[in-house]
Each structure stands twice: as structure tokens, then as C-alpha cells.
Design a protein around this ligand. Structure first.
Ligand SMILES: NC(=O)c1ccc[n+]([C@@H]2O[C@H](COP(=O)([O-])OP(=O)(O)OC[C@H]3O[C@@H](n4cnc5c(N)ncnc54)[C@H](OP(=O)(O)O)[C@@H]3O)[C@@H](O)[C@H]2O)c1
Length: 353
């Protein structure tokens, strides 16, 4: 099939492009900047020039040109950043971009049309959710934008459009071209910038498993469907325990009741827009943990057949990649940097601070 991919220069999108091409599909990209294609795709082994259209997902004209002649669509472009400074871009991009891309794909008769949602769109305090659970009614910018985007995708499904909604949890894994929010937080954990972690929990997945789901659902004629990407329910002790296991480091941290961290991080979110650096206390991150939503991912396991990597394997590859690309030092990467160090014990690419 000829598949249009939006967001192909990002973390989820680049791995998905690689998985789609391995599955034999022809891929066209909609990108904001053509010079971002090679840095995103070459590390994944894609060196041939890519068919692409330059444009923004919030602009109907380039989107219509990009969709023209495609059999299927993977819509992975969105703003994923819990930093309060990104709130406006999140609101202005995620729902409008989804409406424009999905509408254009339906008008072109594409099948399937895969919409990348998120488990945060299903956030409900203390519940176990399935892919069909009611959408979150939280009003914070990113969660609300993903819930509204999925609501739009669901409304098209109700009309019978062949839309496949894929809901990943927080994504870890190697090769993140923009060092997006989740991997930046992991880097900051390794640097000791998160000495406190809220109680609660959230669903996490590996980027390669997200890409595998996207490739597996790229089949014509299956109708509307929804899948939570298989992964792991994670909380502070689980995350830091897995990181200790893969790095061999002590990584001390304090678990703090999320109910106490919510007002503090809410205050930080009001100050953050006026501060030129990121304050590692994202309110929406605490909110997601606080709601401690568990995910029943059994449908994707049985119907799509994707068996998730362990959290330990995912984090080992993530930390090693962070080190290889100079985001964390050899000391911060711990055991994962073992095979990269020279006789001095220091990595030649030891650029982390
Ligand atoms: N990462 C996670 O933990 C996670 C978890 C659950 C769901 N998701 C979802 O997965 C999808 C991809 O996220 P990601 O983690 O891969 O984010 P990412 O690495 O930041 O990539 C975002 C992609 O979207 C593109 N994009 C952003 N705004 C655009 C616009 N206005 N027009 C055209 N392209 C635009 C970016 O292009 P540029 O290269 O030009 O910036 C980039 O290719 C999103 O829908 C996100 O909500 C992510």
C-alpha cells in the first residue's frame, strides 16, 4: 500500500515509517521541514530519498495534496510536551490537525486510517480501562487535546469510517529524534533532577512495539477498531527499580503523595511560561500518575499479536541510546554504557552533564 505518514520525523513516527517499509509499504511523508527527514530516518536504516510533501497538519491544502493518491494514512503528528510553555501549541495543533488529516483521508477513501491517540485520553482515576472506555474529562492541555482528538476519530468510526485508533502509553526506546517529553524526563531522572516521584502509576510501552502495532493494523477492509498498545503498568518504585537493575546505580528518590504534588506543580505550571528553562515538575505528569489508570491491553495482544518488550529491556536500550548520543554521561548510563567505554573507562561520546 502507499501510506501517508504524518509526524514521520518524530519518535513514534520515524519508527513507524521503518516498520511500515519493512512490511513492504511505500511511504509518503507530510513534514514541516524536509531537512528533518534524513536525521530522523537514516539511523533506522532508511537512506533512500523519501517521497514527501512539505506542510503543516493544520493547513488543509498541503494535507489534501499529501493524501491524494494514498491508500492509507498513519496520523502520528502532534505536539507531545507536558511543559506548560507548550500548552498553546498543543491546543492549536492536536485537535485541528487531527480533524484536517482524518477528514482528508476519509474524503480520499483511504483504508485504513490509523490515528495515534494515547492512553492519557482514557485517564479515569483508579479504573482499569479498555480501548473502548469513555474518554477522559480532565481539562489539562495535553490530556484534553488527546481526548478531543480521539473523540473526533471515534465520531468518524461511528459513521463507519475505517479508522483504527491506537493508544500508546508513555513511550520509551532508542532513537528519539527530538528527545521528546518522555525520553527527556528519563534523561533528567538519570541526572538526578527528579528526586521526588508522585504516587500513582501509568502505562508505558516501547516505541518499537508501537511501530509494530501500526504495521500490523495496516490492512485494508477490517473496519473501525481500537487498540491499547501492550506494555507495562509502571509507578515510581517499578520505574526506578528497573533503572537500578539496568544501570547498576543506586538512584535514590522519594515517593511523595501525588495529592501533595498536584498544587505545587500547578503553581509551577503558572510560573513556567515566564522562565527560560524547563522546571522538572510538570503538572500533567503528576496528574497522569495521580489518576493511576490501568490499561487492559489484551485486545492488541490477542488480535494484533504484539508481545511487548519488558520494561527493563526497553529502558536498557533507551539509556544506552541516551548515552550514545551524548545526553547522559558514562556514569549516569551506568552498566548500559559498559560496551561503549574505552580503556580509560570514559566514553568517547561522553557529552552528558
Ligand atoms: N512519546 C510518547 O510518550 C507518546 C505517548 C502516547 C502517545 N503519543 C502520541 O504519539 C504521537 C507522536 O508523538 P511523538 O512522541 O513521536 O512526538 P515527537 O517526537 O515530538 O514527534 C512529533 C511529530 O509531529 C510533527 N508535528 C508536530 N506538529 C506538527 C504540525 N503542526 N504539522 C506537521 N507536523 C507536526 C513533528 O514534526 P517536526 O519534526 O517538524 O517537529 C514530529 O514529526 C503523538 O500523537 C503523541 O500524542 C506519544
Amino acid at each position: 500500500m502507499r501510506v501517508l505518514v504524518t509526524g514521520g520525523t518524530g519518535f513514534v513516527g520515524s519508527h513507524s515509517v521503518a516498520a511500515l517499509m519493512r512490511a513492504g509499504h511505500d511511504v509518503r511523508l507530510l513534514v514541516r521541514r524536509a531537512d528533518r527527514i534524513a536525521p530522523a530516518l537514516e539511523p533506522l536504516g532508511i537512506t533512500a530519498p523519501m517521497d514527501h510533501i512539505v506542510g503543516d497538519v493544520t493547513d488543509p491544502e498541503p494535507v489534501a495534496r499529501a493524501v491524494a493518491g494514498c491508500d492509507a494514512v498513519l496520523h502520528a503528528a502532534a505536539v507531545y510536551n507536558l511543559d506548560a510553555r507548550a500548552s498553546r501549541a498543543t491546543t492549536e495543533t492536536n485537535l485541528p490537525g487531527t480533524q484536517i488529516v482524518l477528514d482528508a483521508a476519509v474524503a480520499e477513501g483511504c483504508d485504513p486510517i490509523v490515528h495515534v491517540s494515547s492512553t492519557v485520553a482514557l485517564t479515569r482515576r483508579g479504573t482499569t480501562v479498555t480501548p473502548d472506555s469513555p474518554l477522559s474529562n480532565l481539562r489539562s492541555p495535553y490530556i484534553a487535546s488527546k481526548a478531543a482528538s480521539e473523540q473526533y476519530a471515534r465520531s468518524l468510526q461511528d459513521w463507519g469510517a475505517p479508522i483504527v485508533i491506537v493508544q500508546p502509553g508513555g513511550v520509551y526506546g532508542p532513537h528519539d529524534p527530538h528527545l521528546s517529553d518522555q525520553m527527556r524526563r528519563l534523561k533528567d531522572v538519570l541526572k538526578g533532577r527528579y528526586p521526588m516521584w508522585p504516587t500513582g502509576g501509568y502505562h508505558v510501552v516501547d516505541v518499537r512495539d508501537v511501530a509494530a502495532v501500526h504495521a500490523a493494523v495496516m490492512v485494508v477492509g477490517q473496519g473501525p477498531r481500537r487498540y491499547i498498545v501492550p506494555g507495562d503498568h509502571t509507578h515510581g518504585r517499578r520505574l526506578f527499580g528497573a533503572l537500578r537493575a539496568v544501570t547498576g546505580r543506586r538512584l535514590p528518590f522519594l515517593t511523595v503523595p501525588s495529592v501533595l504534588m498536584l498544587p505545587i506543580t500547578w503553581s509551577v505550571s503558572k510560573i513556567q511560561p515566564f522562565v527560560p528553562f524547563h522546571i522538572p515538575a510538570d503538572h500533567e505528569g503528576v496528574l497522569i500518575n495521580h489518576n493511576v489508570t490501568r490499561c487492559d491491553d489484551s485486545r492488541a495482544r490477542s488480535e494484533v499479536g504484539v508481545v511487548p518488550r519488558s520494561l527493563e529491556d526497553s529502558l536498557r536500550d533507551s539509556v544506552r541510546w541516551l548515552h550514545e548520543h551524548g545526553h547522559v554521561s558514562v556514569r549516569q548510563a551506568g552498566l548500559t554504557a559498559g560496551d561503549l567505554t574505552g580503556p580509560s573507562g570514559r566514553s568517547p561520546r561522553d557529552g552528558g552533564r
